[in-house]
Write a protein that binds this ligand. Structure first.
Ligand code: NAD
Ligand code: UFG
Length: 332
């Protein structure tokens, strides 16, 4: 298939590009490079021996989208492009609605105009209403609690409305849990600018001495060791989930929703201890107050993706910690 990856130069998109090229799909990356670097194309080529097609552009620009769809043959779109920082979305909600929501409206209009009716959307576990009933299945009640999450939820609703109006679309909503880790080559990975908000990038910077100590946000949650529990998934497992979703689209699946998680919950201390075990004792931590808005524990029920996509996360927490650190050492 000829697959367009909006936001394909970013963290998840670049790993997915590798997976799709290795499965002999053609990949076109469309990205405004607001949170990524053009040299990712060289790295993808180095890993796969194939260079993805690249078009610089913005999903908020109807003109950019029109040129793209006029000039390329596209069978399916994986829509990664968007902003993703929860805190920033609270401070700048309109920026998030414009980029994530409007950008998606324009993209879908252009797709419809060109009769491109296959889309996979990067959604998030953040669309689920906070719950203490784990594991979280796809049927759980929805209800995001911040502007970023609402952009994901509203886009999901828009895609459902679109499908209801035109059943010749195939729409796959992938709800990612907590993606971490990096390609085993150490060439691709996650490199957030500034001080990281998320756990694994923060740990990696403590390990390389760029940050002094990790603050563990709370050790009095009702969890196995008192620290927050999440479903961390290796980014290459996530990438293979997208390849399986493409196979599903090729079967004309209509509208489908899948969690992409491992189904296993790890605590903050599990992550720190495993990281220290596989990479040497590099990460010091201190217990700090809880972070506003954090839930004690959530992890996916990953059964539906297993049953219907034939997909299962295979990499271990050790793999996630080792690859994340290798990338940080090489690129951070
Ligand atoms: P990322 O920031 O690394 O990648 C996003 C890419 O989109 C970047 O390359 C950026 O330059 C590009 N982009 C942003 N706005 C654009 C625009 N208007 N036009 C064109 N390109 C644009 O993020 P990521 O971690 O790879 O996330 C990819 C998708 O997955 C996002 O939609 C994100 O919300 C979603 N998601 C991420 C996580 C996570 O923890 N990383 C979890 C759940 C869902
Ligand atoms: N944590 C720390 N110290 C840190 C950073 C995080 O103890 O410096 C803890 C958090 O309290 C939480 C866990 O590590 O218990 C994971 O935190 P992250 O910030 O890495 O991830 P979140 O689960 O809070 O959120 C992430 C993304 C969201 C997304 C959500 C669900 O940041 O955008 O996963 O997909 F919506």
């Amino acid at each position: 298939m000829n697959i367009l990856l909006t936001g394909g130069a970013g963290y998840i998109g670049s790993h997915t590009a590798v997976e799709l090229l290795q499965k002999n799909h053609s990949v076109i990356i469309f990205d405004n490079l607001s949170n990524s670097d053009i040299n990712v194309l060289d790295k993808i080529e180095k890993i796969t021996g194939k260079r993805p097609d690249f078009v610089k552009g913005d999903v908020r620009s109807r003109e950019d989208l029109q040129k793209l769809f006029d000039s390329k043959k596209i069978d399916c779109v994986i829509h990664f492009a968007g902003l993703k920082a929860v805190g920033e979305s609270v401070a700048e909600p309109l920026m998030y609605y414009e980029n994530n929501f409007n950008g998606t409206v324009y993209l879908l209009q252009e797709m419809k105009k060109h009769n491109v009716k296959n889309i996979i959307f990067s959604s998030s576990a953040t669309v689920y209403k906070p719950t203490d009933k784990n594991p979280i299945t796809e049927e759980y009640e929805l209800g995001a609690s911040n502007p970023y999450g609402r952009t994901k939820l509203f886009i999901e609703e828009m895609l459902k409305d679109l499908y209801a109006s035109d059943k010749s679309f195939n729409v796959v909503l992938l709800r990612y849990f907590n993606p971490i880790g990096a390609h085993s080559s150490g060439l691709l990975g996650e490199n957030p600018s500034g001080i990281p908000n998320n756990l694994m990038p923060y740990i990696c910077r403590v390990a390389t001495g760029k940050l002094e100590i990790l603050s563990v946000f709370g050790n009095d949650y009702p969890t196995k060791d008192g620290t927050g529990v999440r479903d961390y998934i290796h980014v290459m497992d996530l990438a293979s989930g997208h390849a399986k979703a493409i196979d599903k689209i090729e079967e004309n699946c209509g509208l489908a929703v899948y969690n992409l998680g491992t189904g296993i919950g790890y605590s903050v201390l599990d992550i720190v201890n495993t990281f220290n075990k596989v990479n040497g004792n590099l990460v010091k931590y201190k217990i700090a107050p809880r972070r506003d808005g954090d839930l004690a524990e959530y992890y996916a029920c990953a059964k539906k993706a297993n049953d219907e996509l034939g997909w299962k996360a295979e990499k271990t927490l050790e793999d996630m910690c080792r690859s994340a650190y290798l990338y940080e050492k090489n690129n951070g």
